[in-house]
Design a protein around this ligand. Structure first.
Ligand code: EPU
Length: 314
């Protein structure tokens, strides 16, 4: 998520982007949780070049913008998002199996799980852990997505970044300051956009990788609920698990409005079709308060809250 300067000149946007610009566009269909209010303006981006040019233009115009990738790790406010939302559909993926190590370069809007499955079918290992990840490569670079012992920090070679002041740059993995579900780009107005990423792979056999991937996917199916959710709501605290704590606090299955803490896994919050972001936020508050009272542990959100929230709501 990137939030820029507050001014917005609607007429200038309309004349710059013409028919591509949607106004008061519902964002719920672009989120995995299927909820949230509208964007003032929505632009769909098809290539990383277009992303760079558009971000550069919006920065120069002093226009607030937010990038939405797979929408799998965000809760969008019921009041929606002010300014421009860039829906990142820059999805080109290029494999370079002849390099040592073999590489894959992907634009930031590419679906990360699909990329992992493609790599597997080519006998390129290293990303089996990511097969079930619903978000984009860009989201995974920013949030250091991980599962089953793997994470983006372990695979990334270099990310191509557009920095507001310094322009286009290639950041080697060290520069992202990766930690568990954290990077230098996360939750700060870093004024930088991920354009693409190059990941390191390994030669293996398609059959072996598929076996590993199938084990992970089966684990997910067994332990994580299907349906509309944001994935893991909270980060795991040091030496414990958010899901275990919420479970032990007796909250699994709790409903507020149309939102429910999954009866299967305490760290997944579901939208049963009619949930609002306000319902989900109330469940977040409840889980945090109850876990703090019961175990003295302060849960930290893994997801990002996007859009307009009254400060006391957050
Ligand atoms: N547990 C409970 N009750 C629950 C849920 C879990 O007691 O309701 C216990 C489990 O029995 C287990 C422990 O808590 O002993 C951890 O649970 P699990 O194995 O399901 O993993 P997790 O820590 O909840 C993490 C990632 C997931 C990733 C899985 C598999 C975080 C916050 N979550 O889940 O990532 O898929 O491991 O590797 O690190 C995501 O980030 O969105 C995500 C889904």
């Amino acid at each position: 998520m990137l939030t820029m300067a507050p001014s917005l000149d609607a007429d200038r946007l309309r004349s710059q982007f013409g028919g591509r610009l949607q106004e008061q566009a519902s964002l719920a269909p672009y989120t995995a949780a299927r909820l949230g209010g509208p964007a003032d303006f929505l632009l769909t981006i098809r290539t990383s070049e277009e992303l760079a040019v558009t971000a550069g233009w919006l920065w120069a115009a002093g226009t607030t913008f937010t990038i939405l990738g797979g929408g799998s790790n965000v809760l969008i406010s019921d009041d929606g998002v002010r300014g421009v939302v860039l829906l990142n559909r820059a999805r080109q993926v290029v494999f370079e199996p002849g390099e040592e190590p073999p590489l894959v370069s992907a634009e930031s809007g590419a679906n990360f799980g699909a990329l992992a499955r493609q790599a597997a079918s080519k006998g390129l290992a290293g990303l089996a852990w990511a097969a079930g990840i619903p978000g984009t490569v860009g989201g995974a670079v920013v949030g250091n997505a991980g599962a089953h012992g793997g994470d983006m920090a372990g695979n990334l070679l270099v990310a191509e970044i557009l920095h507001r002041v310094e322009g286009r740059q290639r950041w080697r993995v060290e520069r992202l300051d990766y930690a568990y579900r954290h990077s230098r780009l996360k939750r700060r107005s870093q004024e930088a956009v991920v354009l693409s990423a190059t990941l390191k792979l390994e030669h293996s056999s398609a059959r072996l990788i598929k076996e590993e991937m199938d084990r992970y996917l089966a684990f997910r199916r067994r332990t994580q609920p299907p349906g509309a959710s944001m994935g893991s709501m909270f980060k795991n605290p040091v030496d414990d698990f958010a899901g275990r704590l919420i479970d032990a606090a007796g909250l699994k299955g709790t409903r507020i409005g149309g939102a429910q803490i999954s009866p299967l896994h305490g760290n997944f919050f579901l939208n049963h079709g009619e949930a609002t972001a306000t319902d989900v936020l109330a469940l977040i508050h409840l889980a945090r308060t109850r876990v703090l009272e019961t175990f003295g542990v302060k849960l930290e959100l893994e997801i990002e809250l996007l859009g307009d929230w009254a400060s006391d709501e957050k």
